[in-house]
Design a protein around this ligand. Structure first.
Ligand SMILES: C[S@@+](CC[C@H](N)C(=O)[O-])C[C@H]1O[C@@H](n2cnc3c(N)ncnc32)[C@H](O)[C@@H]1O
Length: 399
């Protein structure tokens, strides 16, 4: 999950109005703190100090700590912004009907899907992720908040986006969270994540639990085909080879309605993305740190880690999320989307604040007034963020 690792300084949901054009999610585009608090460097050590044993997650009982997913969602995601842009892209490139059916690939806690359901009672969502812990947490904490009918309009699949969902498990469950998710939390290790054994246990429980509604019953095919397929917070960077990327884009194309639709993903780049870097942002009650390791120019890979430092009692969740990413380029993505069947590909970009002009470790702020714009030419910058939109005009293709 997400500068994104995914990212920057967007707008707070609570400040969004109907007529706002909010910024998307991604580490650069996350929502800002409501209030800036003048915290000292001693309260939030960085660099070498970060490595000291002072901040030890192991030292406290995990019930004192907020979930790593709560911190992630607050720091990294901005679902209203993403949905606002997806709607704009759909109306621009497809039009003629309201986009009602979303497929959120690499969905994690399915925050975007939950917001999609909330935005219109006719809307449906399908989410897919490999991480059962994120999916179950999202069902309990995001989907459940939408309202009683939300479960009937969503299916979260525990599966691989590279494969058909025919054999994936749909983990729709009203009772999953209270029983099984609790037991999962109890088996969390000190890093705040579940071990492989715990995960296997949870999956087994889910499969045998009579309380789980429709665990294997409801399939992707019972949901309308997607108007929009999305893959946010740089998730396509999880795919390391060109063949995997094309295979995934073919799956995304297949999931789109015969009436046509769009695929939307995000990507970051710029000179600052190709070397080691640490960015931080302070919130009222915690600090979020995005750590980017050295960048391998042979295969364009890097490791991204997200850390959270809580103000209360100097607690920390270091390495709450870690990813090995291949940083794809815009032309590579375009080539692969076209090879997978998309008719055209559009880039919407915005420049991000220049990190090079500051210190290596710096707080990142984003000017809320800077919107994404469709471009056909963009000179290299220190940092940029992009929405990439693939158009699947299937009606035209068939005729
Ligand atoms: C960077 S996170 C993004 C999560 C969420 N989309 C967001 O916007 O914050 C990437 C997610 O992709 C999932 N993932 C990675 N490879 C996957 C695959 N092949 N199939 C399904 N999910 C995958 C991970 O489990 C993780 O939840």
């Amino acid at each position: 999950m997400g500068k994104q690792g995914k990212k920057h300084h967007g707008r707070s949901h609570s400040r969004l109005r109907e007529d706002d054009d909010p910024l998307p999610s991604s580490a650069y585009d996350s929502e800002p703190p409501q209030q800036q608090h003048p915290l000292t460097i001693d309260e939030f050590p960085l660099e070498e100090e970060e490595k000291e044993a002072k901040y030890k997650y192991e030292e406290q009982s995990s019930c004192d700590l907020p979930s790593k997913f709560v911190l992630y969602q607050r720091s990294v995601q901005s679902p209203k912004g993403d949905i606002s842009y997806m709607q704009k892209f759909f109306w621009t490139y497809v039009g003629g009907r309201l986009p009602l059916h979303l497929r959120e690939d690499f969905c994690g806690t399915a925050l975007i899907s939950a917001e999609w359901l909330r935005s219109d009672s006719r809307r449906t969502a399908v989410g897919v992720d490999l991480d059962i812990e994120a999916l179950t947490w999202g069902l309990e904490n995001n989907v459940q908040q939408v309202g009683a009918d939300a479960y009937s309009r969503i299916c979260l699949f525990h599966g691989n986006v590279l494969h058909s969902l025919t054999n994936a498990k749909c983990i729709k469950s009203a009772s999953l969270g209270s029983e099984n998710y609790k037991s999962l939390r109890e088996t969390e290790d000190n890093s705040g994540s579940v071990t492989d054994d715990d995960e296997a246990d949870l999956i087994k429980k889910l499969e045998v639990s009579e309380n789980v509604q429709d665990y294997c019953g409801q399939k992707e095919s019972s949901f309308p085909a997607a108007d929009i397929v999305c893959a946010f917070n740089y998730s396509c960077c999880c795919l390391q080879s060109r063949s995997e990327l094309v295979l995934y884009f073919k799956q995304a194309w297949s999931a789109i309605s015969k009436k046509g639709g769009i695929f939307v993903m995000d990507l970051y780049g710029g000179t600052s993305s190709e070397h080691a870097l640490k960015l931080r942002r302070r919130y009222e009650d915690f600090m979020y740190v995005w750590e980017q390791e050295d960048f391998n120019i042979i295969n364009r890979t890097t490791k991204i880690s997200l850390h959270f430092y809580l103000s209360k009692n100097q607690r920390s969740l270091r390495y709450a999320f870690s990813y090995h990413w291949r940083l794809w380029t815009l032309p590579e993505i375009k080539d692969c989307l076209e090879e997978a069947g998309f008719n055209s590909v559009h880039f919407w970009m915005r420049e991000m604040p220049n990190i090079q002009e500051r210190r290596e470790v710096e707080e990142f702020e984003v000017n809320d007034n800077v919107k994404y714009e469709e471009i056909s030419s963009f000179n290299q910058k220190d940092a940029w963020n992009a929405y990439i939109v693939g158009i699947a005009n299937k009606v035209e293709k068939r005729s």
